[in-house]
Design a protein around this ligand. Structure first.
Ligand code: MN
Length: 370
């Protein structure tokens, strides 16, 4: 079988003041074409179908339209992400599964049973042309859900849940795939680590299988052999990761193929050093959205700001504070001792710091540096 891994559709998401419905419809059509061209058997949405837990009617309609169109070519299986309300996602399940659309919003998958699908608590078994696919499905797990009795920590809890779901459906007979919406370590660095208030999980929480289809991180990423984030279907943030894709997995050869998505606008960040270069950046961004980082000693006038906004694609204007920058570059040329003495004078009405205090500071500072 051919499995197409997608995630983070975020239908209904806007980029204020701009609406992105047309782009979302366009990329869903592109995905349908990929499904047809590659004879996909199962399409996966690994969470965050919608952008908000109570999506606008337009977003729901868009999803049902797309899912129905896709279900004419393949089985569609979606799990709830942290942006989805699981109960709401699965509410139309009894209508959806008749069309081969499986909406996994809860921890019990028995409701997904239908003509073509055998359901277990932790997922489904799908048979087609003599092949068997064992699909473990796991909606988003929050830290507030640690089970009863509570597991000792979040990673232990997640590992226990995922392994239980895997053992419900995985088998030596057929291909084993896990679908989950998780925040894995190694996926982000620095200040991004607290994404979605979820704690990062080690790779060891994942049960062994032929392919793990993850959602949550919006940039396509390989975490281990056949463990992937497919990333969001549109560029949703000014994060410098403009390339979007879906992943095709072949259950027989166990090979993956990364298929780029070309629909939708890009979110481009332009660092500029003056009004003219800001205008140029907006001009050269074409149809795409632009965030201007304005780094210039000459401030923008109100009318210049209006002029930039009138260009129609400017989403964000970030002014780099020049005072802070000047201060930082001034400080960069001074020693720790000079900076401390300067600081002491600023606190003590211009009086010089006693020598023994300076010596004490320097000895502490050196220890800290070591
Ligand atoms: Mn998401």
């Amino acid at each position: 079988m051919k499995i197409l891994h997608t995630s983070d559709w975020h239908l209904g998401k806007r980029l204020p003041p701009f609406d992105r419905t047309d782009e979302q419809k366009e990329v869903l059509k592109e995905i349908e074409k990929i499904v047809v061209d590659n004879k996909v058997d199962v399409l996966i949405v690994a969470g965050d179908v919608f952008d908000v837990s109570i999506p606008p009617a337009l977003a729901e309609e868009m999803f049902y339209r797309a899912a129905l169109d896709l279900s004419r070519h393949c089985l569609v299986a979606a799990v709830a992400g942290n942006h989805d309300d699981g109960d709401r996602l699965k509410a139309p399940d009894m209508l959806a599964k008749a069309s081969g659309i499986l909406l996994c919003g809860g921890f019990d998958c028995f409701n997904l049973a239908c003509d073509c699908v055998e359901a277990k608590r932790g997922g489904i078994i799908y048979r087609k042309n003599g092949e068997r696919l064992n699909l473990a499905l796991c909606p988003y797990l929050t830290e507030s859900r640690k089970g009863d009795p509570p597991a000792q920590d979040f990673a232990a809890y997640v590992s226990q849940i995922l392994n239980a779901r895997a053992s419900d459906v995985f088998s030596d007979d057929g291909c084993n795939i896990l679908v989950a919406h998780l925040f894995m370590s190694g996926s982000l660095t620095g200040e991004e680590r607290e994404l979605g208030s979820a704690k990062m999980l080690p790779l060891s929480v994942l049960p062994k299988c032929d392919y793990t289809a993850l959602g949550h991180i919006h940039r396509p990423m390989k975490l281990a052999d056949n463990v992937f984030y497919s990333g969001s279907i549109l560029n949703y943030a000014f994060d410098g990761h403009e390339k979007k894709e879906v992943i095709l997995f072949d259950t027989v050869t166990k090979e993956t193929k990364h298929i780029p998505l070309t629909s939708g606008k890009k979110l481009i960040t332009a660092k500029v050093n003056g009004f003219e270069s800001a205008l140029d950046a907006i001009e050269s961004a074409g149809d795409n959205f632009v965030k201007i980082v304005y780094d210039c000693a000459v401030p923008l006038s109100a009318s210049q700001t209006v002029q930039l906004e009138k260009a129609g694609k400017l989403v964000q204007l970030e002014i780099v504070p020049q005072g802070v920058k000047r201060e930082a570059s001034r400080r960069a040329h001074k020693s720790a001792q000079e900076l401390f003495e300067e600081y002491y004078r600023s606190l003590n009405g211009g009086e010089n710091a006693p020598e023994d205090l300076v010596a004490e500071f320097l000895s502490l500072f050196e220890k800290e540096e070591v």
